[in-house]
Design a protein around this ligand. Sequence first.
Ligand code: 2M8
Length: 433
Amino acid sequence: TSGAAQRPAVFGDVDRAARRVLATNWRRCATVPAAGLYPHQWSWDSAFIAIGLRHLSPVRAQRELESLFGAQWRDGRVPHIVFDPHVDPDAYFPGPSFWRSASAPGAPAVPTSGIVQPPAHALAAWLTYRADPAAARARGFLPRIYPRLVAWHRYLTARRDLTGAGLVAFVHPWESGMDNSPAWDAPLARITPAPTGDFTRRDLHHAAAAERPTDEDYGRYVRLARDYRDAGYADSLRVHAFAVEDPLGNALLAAGEDALAAMATELGRDPRPHLAAAERLSAALVSTLYDPAAGMFFPRDAHTGALIRSGSVGGLLPLIVPGLPVAAALIATARGDRFRLGQACPLPSYDLTAADHDPGRYWRGPGWINTSWLFWHGLRLHGETALADDLRRRLLERVRAAGFREYLDPLTGAGHGADDFSWTAALTLDLLR
Ligand code: 2M8
């Protein structure tokens, strides 16, 4: 929207630097989240990366999504990691020898993990298409990606509705994308960690221990992933000791169905089944996961049926659902003490007033560009232009000062985690448009 001519010169530098990060992190047919710490392709990272890449090269953005969906399993699942066979298999833990996708039914030829990540892909594919419809048509992008997105959503709705509530469950903290969120503390407490001698972490070679999950967290992550693998990646509450219905995951699915409806129309197909699915998901979100007293959504533990009343930013992100009836309440909550929209930036991943808020540790406090981008997208969707513009301006200021860090202290703006992080660079490019 705002052309390069109106942009301050200093943002021109940010623009150039963001392009450089995406060029450096590109590997043959996809982008790694960060060299070193994350040397393969990650599922929801690729969605956010495509949203930025579409401004640089619409074709590369299409290829980013196509390479991810090239590793889709026969049951429709899109793995959370697609391993690069050219990279040392021990560079990242857990690697291909842990997941053993080769012996799982219906897995692709390329090694992958067996869990999933939040379904941001349909939204990303639609935005990618819109960036250059002619280039997309020339490559047959929509006819190729649409059926794969449909199969992906079908996997989630058919295999991951573990309670019958019409909501999708994540069965591993890694699936939520917010690995060590305090929201997962209670359901994880029931899991006996695998002994630390069973595995070797690689992340601590690249990031400070104080900014990452603990060894005990990892012990539980390993236990859950191993149990899933050993059950042949079958989905049922009997297999999944951890299962949560997550507001962000379900909101992305609902917004994704809306995007699929737009794609269907473009392809001359009937959009109504997608619109109906979006409405069903939106209604289930509000009736099951919304807490009017708190003014936000909470995840639900699929085993106990109880809401997990923990203030994760994910509880504000159903704002991305078109027509959401509680949008105004979410915005009011975001502006309140817990998230301080308009002051804290990026939006903290976790309630600023909580006793265990930790501004430097991963998903337990720091602000992330992707969740703020989603909130910004939601603000615009609901006509809150002034708030959206203010958030955009603050995000760009933060990135200009800290660089393309993985996460930032929401109050001081200090950068943490990986540097030259791809989705930070990609979404910055999008904000600059
Ligand atoms: C983080 O998760 C991975 C496991 O998937 C890790 O910690 O090794 C999360 O921030 C996740 O949301 C993200 O997709 C991934 C790659 O950026 O890193």
